[in-house]
Design a protein around this ligand. Structure first.
Ligand SMILES: [Fe+2]
Ligand SMILES: [Fe+2]
Length: 399
């Protein structure tokens, strides 16, 4: 428990935190499945789910696909009832809730998936200030034989403590995410193309691509977790340097002149300068992303080997015309190569003020065409192998 609390305080990203909380709570109770709801005003957002039985039906390494939805905080649903009363609820069989109970179980997911929900333990997540910040729901406790049993009443006290620690960690992560979202909001106010939805999608694609890559590379589990946490936050900030670019250029409807494009390219350096002090590993990761997301595998990207503080070429990296040489291949940091694919995939797949959304086949053809030119061919292969995952992520954050 103590170890878990310590571990949670080191996770700064809310999505990864939810995943971790749910995984640990399920391990503690031997629950087959579970979900987390996060409070948003007067409703709960179904934010994350795990299900071992459904996961086992998928090919190795594939992610469970689910949709998010919101439910009002009232007694019509079990999660809503728990958020309303702020008391845990231990149900032996969700399909046989006695008549006269205020809440009822919605069977539609079970009917759609063929999954049978039986025992269900639903806990409020209560943070320091005393209000409910979310709901943790554990489903189908199992005994040693793998049979579904009711959740034992005996573990409830430890679980309540666990839920409080989780709630505090969620509050902290919200704070960090909130600051980053505000930085992005500032960039969005300047450049309407960089929306909150785009930023969230690029971050999620980046993490999913990193995970698939790390899987292939046999990266150790703890390094993988630490890295994807940093990558998510950093990827959200990829274009934050656009706050420093003139409106005349950012909002220009037509094509850029070469001079305008040269100024536009500087958003990479302005972004990097925001993190130059390196107070934390978030700063370090953000610097890598802002600086390197427009480099190209073939060396024709920007800004290349420059000092981000001065914009001058680094010694030894000047080309004949005195400009900086572009980074190429693995000279480009991994985070830059990942975010480059994520950013372009999202720009092609969605409508922008200057273009319509492309259909997935056309997007895939275009990405394939850029293999080894714009993109790292290895990362792109992994991306295309998991294309349904990325398409699914795009539906979680609509414009
Ligand atoms: Fe950019
Ligand atoms: Fe972008």
């Amino acid at each position: 428990m103590l170890e878990f609390e310590g571990e949670m305080s080191s996770v700064r990203d809310i999505d990864l935190l939810l995943e971790k909380i749910l995984g640990e709570a399920r391990r503690f109770t031997a629950a087959d499945a579970g979900s987390i709801y996060v409070r948003e005003g007067d409703s709960l957002r179904f934010s994350y789910t795990q299900n071992d039985t459904m996961q086992a039906k998928l090919p190795a390494g594939k992610k469970l696909i689910y949709s998010t939805f919101t439910t009002p905080i009232n007694s019509s649903s079990i999660s809503g009832h728990v958020a309303l009363t702020a008391k845990p609820l231990n149900i032996a069989d969700a399909w046989n809730i006695p008549a006269g109970t205020p809440y009822s179980f919605n069977r539609s997911y079970d009917e759609l998936s063929g999954y049978r929900t039986r025992s269900m333990l639903t806990l409020p997540l209560i943070a320091q200030r005393g209000d409910v910040s979310g709901v943790l729901q554990l489903i189908n406790a199992k005994n040693e034989l793998g049979e579904v049993i009711p959740f034992p009443q005996s573990g409830m006290q430890i679980l309540a403590h666990f839920a409080n620690a989780a709630a505090n960690a969620v509050e902290r992560a919200k704070l960090t995410r909130g600051i980053i979202m505000r930085m992005n909001k500032m960039a969005e106010l300047r450049d309407p193309k960089e929306t909150g939805a785009h930023v969230n999608r690029v971050a999620s694609y980046s993490v999913a691509l990193y995970e698939a890559w790390a899987h292939e590379q046999n990266v150790a589990e703890d390094e993988l977790e630490r890295t994807r946490d940093l990558l998510r936050l950093a990827a959200m900030l990829h274009d934050v340097g656009k706050v420093a670019i003139s409106d005349l250029i950012l909002k220009k409807p037509g094509r850029f002149t070469p001079e305008e494009f040269a100024i536009m390219k500087e958003h990479t350096l302005f972004g990097a300068r925001l993190f130059a002090e390196l107070y934390s590993d978030i700063d370090e990761a953000s610097l890598l992303v802002t600086m390197n997301h427009h480099e190209r595998w073939d060396g024709n990207g920007y800004p290349g080997f420059v000092d981000y503080l001065t914009g001058e070429p680094l010694a030894g990296y000047e080309t004949e015309d005195g400009k900086a040489r572009g980074k190429k291949g693995e000279e480009i940091p991994l985070f830059g190569r990942i975010v480059a694919i994520a950013d372009v995939y999202d720009a092609l797949s969605n409508r922008r003020c200057y273009k319509e959304a492309w259909d997935q086949d056309a997007v895939v053809a275009e990405l394939e065409n850029e293999s080894g030119k714009m993109f790292d061919p290895d990362l792109l292969r992994i991306f295309l192998q998991n294309i349904e995952t990325f398409h699914h992520i795009s539906t979680l954050y609509p414009d």
